[in-house]
Design a binder for this molecule. Structure first.
Ligand SMILES: [Zn+2]
Length: 257
């Protein structure tokens, strides 16, 4: 059975926590996954969950939605540095900008984004970027840290042109179930623009279930639908795609050198 790495999942979410879905995925075609945090309390929960499962790793960080509730910036960054010292913390995320919902005001989002990029530059951890309708501003920040911070553009929704710019800076590009959606035309060119050694896939579960499961509760057991689509777009055999994708994930998360 060809196995995949789910680079972005939220198993601390109430809809997935205390279910058998994580264990089932790990017993199935999921070789490993990163459970991604939305705020500092969730980061602790993610790290605890990772400690309980051999093939689960965790991120720590503050999502743009949560910045407005994260308290004083300096205190939050100090706590983030402490969390990153824990076993199985492998990335800072998810961080970035969300101009679709604007749950935190844009200035606050930007301050937390830049500060977490500073922590990444200082510690060497890769970052997991959330970019919703903020492509220009996210790219400007990433470019300002060129050569100092690398990471993953998560649930990629940028153009093929912008994908190439990220790739040039050493970044990895992760696609979610959105590439299986009927209205996905624009994003398909973005998938084709990613070199084989930078491609990743993710569920972003419990969100974004791929077709034919669209609308259902998503989990890592559905990742293969997204991977099959990505493999087809890159004109790769499915097994070869899986081997490459797991290796790419392990590289960016520092699990292999
Ligand atoms: Zn997410």
């Amino acid at each position: 059975m060809a196995r995949l790495f789910d680079t972005h999942a939220h198993y601390t979410d109430a809809r997935l926590r205390d279910t058998e879905l994580l264990s089932q995925a790990l017993a199935g075609d999921i070789a490993g996954l990163v459970t991604v945090a939305s705020d500092l309390a969730d980061s602790e929960a993610c790290i605890a969950l990772a400690a309980a499962h051999e093939s689960v790793w965790a991120s720590a960080g503050i999502h743009p939605h949560e910045c407005g509730k994260a308290g004083a910036l300096d205190d939050a960054m100090e706590r983030l540095r402490m969390l990153l010292k824990k076993n199985k913390a492998v990335a800072i995320g998810e961080i970035g900008l969300d101009y679709h919902y604007d749950f935190s005001d844009r200035e606050t989002q930007m301050r937390f984004f830049r500060s977490q990029m500073d922590v990444a530059a200082e510690t060497g951890f890769p970052v997991i970027i959330h970019d919703r309708e903020a492509h220009g501003d996210v790219f400007d920040v990433v470019r300002a840290y060129r050569g100092r911070v690398r990471g993953i553009l998560h649930s990629c929704s940028v153009s093929a042109e912008l994908v190439r710019e990220y790739v040039k800076m050493g970044w990895y590009i992760s696609f979610s179930g959105t590439i299986t959606f009927k209205n996905a035309a624009g994003i398909l060119d973005a998938v084709r623009a990613v070199p084989q050694d930078r491609i990743l896939v993710e569920t972003d579960c419990p969100y974004l279930a791929p077709v034919p499961m669209r609308g259902k509760l998503n989990h890592s057991g559905y990742l293969h639908y997204t991977a099959e689509k990505a493999a087809e777009l890159l004109q790769m055999e499915y097994e070869a795609f899986c081997l490459t994708e797991v290796e790419n994930a392990k590289k960016i998360f520092g699990l292999i050198s």
